[in-house]
Design a protein around this ligand. Structure first.
Ligand SMILES: [Zn+2]
Length: 128
């Protein structure tokens, strides 16, 4: 029982961090936020919780070239991402990713099996 309560607290700290920051976060960023909400929470505990939460589809991973693995809340949609050229932070944008793969004529020697639309620019904070 005690274990279960702690477990829930740790998960809540991670989910709360992601909701509060409202953008995909790296493991380091999640650690900072989770420790503010749940002091004493260890790196291995956070990592284990992230893995379990991914297995249960409470979290999904985002892989973007040149970025550490990021974690975000699942939306059920394939959404585009945005990288701020000024602060380098990654954001998830609303709405479905526009269909790109079918519009692009790939050279026949390449086999394409995925796409990820990333926009660049300035985030709301940097635009001010
Ligand atoms: Zn920015």
């Amino acid at each position: 029982m005690t274990h279960r309560v702690r477990h829930t607290k740790q998960r809540a700290a991670i989910l709360d961090t992601l909701e509060a920051m409202n953008r995909p976060l790296s493991l380091d960023e999640i650690q900072v936020g989770a420790r503010e909400r749940c002091p004493g929470i260890g790196e291995r505990t956070i990592f284990r919780n992230l893995k379990e939460m991914m297995d249960e589809y409470l979290l999904v991973r985002v892989f973007l070239p040149g970025k550490p693995t990021l974690y975000e809340l699942p939306t059920g949609e394939h959404r585009p991402h945005f990288i701020c050229r000024n602060c380098d932070q990654v954001f998830q944008l609303p709405g479905e990713t526009p269909e790109v793969m079918s519009r692009y004529k790939a050279p026949p020697e390449f086999e394409i099996d995925g796409e990820d639309v990333v926009f660049f620019g300035r985030c709301p904070a940097c635009k001010k």
